[in-house]
Ligand binder design. Structure first.
Ligand code: SAH
Ligand code: SF4
Length: 375
């Protein structure tokens, strides 16, 4: 079975090249082709000797994902369902946000696991059960796919050729799965996505979202890279959070919040809390006040997210006036809060939803047409 190039650390790709009796600088050349030029075939790598390229073709794979469905939303959001080498499927999204100092943000939402073991009842991925962790290469390849897509889009639109990684401005690990439950592979991927020898994206432009794995939050605090952390809270008291995020039974709020306080204090890094608003469940003014008390004095940002509807009818977004009242109450109490812009509403924006449909009926999911060859 060939090895996936993006599964290798720089040291491992050096060793691979060495095992093929080639000078070490060839590994650098390869990394440049893969992460800067985003090459999809060894034939493109014209500065490598032909016999070496032929050998690489047999022993190394350049991409591990095959796009099987794609959907484009009215706001430009692109969702893609990928098949992995072993036939599992995952989904990822590319989202476009308003101009920030003249530059449009192009954010990739990346999956880290096939399914998820946390089983939140409102989440499409949570209903699929857990299959396996993604490898570092499978995580990285999602980013490279969208980077190529953007490059080709810009080329088609006649924009001047841009340098590597300018296309994608942000990466959020908020797709399928619990990123911190796949810590080692996630971290290897982040290091390569950040490294100037790799994809070269600033760590500050990446955010890991977690349902609240306390030991891993502590471990993350000790890492050097300034990656942002988002904690999916959704409730400010244990009884409700136990139901919404079952991991809370293992790491209740009295452990999670002090870990977040410590994380914020010791790293000074960006920390945000995600709070999905569910109609009649966690959207009252009393609950807004409880949230403000819980986060009192903690340097953080709260993202309010109106629920995306999934197959579970119990979880609906509240009416606009309730959302506004909740937001205003938090503001009044001094909490830094934003209402999250919703993306891709018309195309099952929440990660996991496209895959859910696909699993139920692979032949009849929406948008199955869109993909003709690999991007
Ligand atoms: N497992 C991690 C990261 C992946 S989920 C986590 O839970 O943080 C990424 C985000 O999508 C989380 O904040 C999650 O709560 C949110 N999400 C899941 N289902 C949703 C839904 N139906 N509506 C809105 N947000 C949802
Ligand atoms: Fe897993 Fe996050 Fe979905 Fe919960 S919300 S089931 S933790 S992916």
């Amino acid at each position: 079975m060939p090895v996936s190039f993006t599964d290798l650390t720089s040291l491992q790709s050096n060793q691979l090249v060495e095992s093929m009796v080639e000078p070490e600088y060839r590994a650098k050349q390869l990394r440049k082709w893969v992460y800067h030029s985003m090459a999809l075939s060894f034939d493109e790598m014209t500065d490598l000797p032909l016999p070496f390229r032929e050998r690489l073709k047999n022993e190394v794979r350049l991409h591990s994902l095959e796009p099987v469905q794609s959907l484009t939303g009215k706001d430009g959001t692109l969702k893609v369902l990928f098949k992995l080498i072993n036939d599992n499927t995952i989904e990822s999204a590319l989202m476009f946000y308003g101009e920030d100092r003249g530059v449009e943000r192009r954010t990739v939402c990346v999956s880290t696991q096939v399914g998820c073991a946390v089983s939140c009842p409102f989440c499409a991925t949570g209903q699929q059960g857990f299959e396996r962790n993604l490898t570092p290469g499978e995580i990285i390849d999602q980013v490279l796919y969208f980077a190529r897509y953007l490059r080709e889009k810009d080329d088609r639109n006649g924009s001047p050729q841009k340098k590597k990684a300018e296309h994608i401005s942000n990466i959020v690990f908020m797709g399928m799965g619990e990123p911190l439950a796949n810590y080692d592979n996630l971290w290897q991927a982040i290091e390569m996505l950040n490294s100037p020898e790799g994809f070269g994206l600033g760590a500050r432009n990446m955010v890991i979202s977690t349902a609240g794995l306390v030991p891993q939050i502590k471990r993350l605090a000790g890492e050097k890279l300034q990656v942002g952390l988002a904690v999916s809270l959704h409730a400010a008291e244990n009884e409700l959070r136990n139901k919404l995020v079952p991991l809370n039974k293992k790491y209740p709020l009295e452990e999670l919040i002090p870990a977040c306080r410590e994380y914020s204090r010791s790293t000074g890094r960006r920390l945000s809390f995600e709070y999905i608003l569910f109609n009649g469940i966690n959207d009252s003014i009393t609950q807004a006040r409880a949230l403000a008390v819980l986060l009192n004095g903690l340097k953080c940002h709260v993202n309010l997210i109106p629920a995306n509807t999934t197959d579970n009818p119990s979880f609906q977004p509240p009416p606009g006036r309730i959302i506004l009242a909740f937001e205003n109450e938090l503001k009044r109490l001094g909490i830094n809060v934003t209402l999250r812009e919703r993306r891709g509403q018309d195309i099952d924006a929440g990660c996991g939803q496209l895959r859910s449909r696909f699993l139920k009926d692979p032949g009849n999911s929406p948008g199955k047409s869109a993909i003709k060859g690999k991007v």
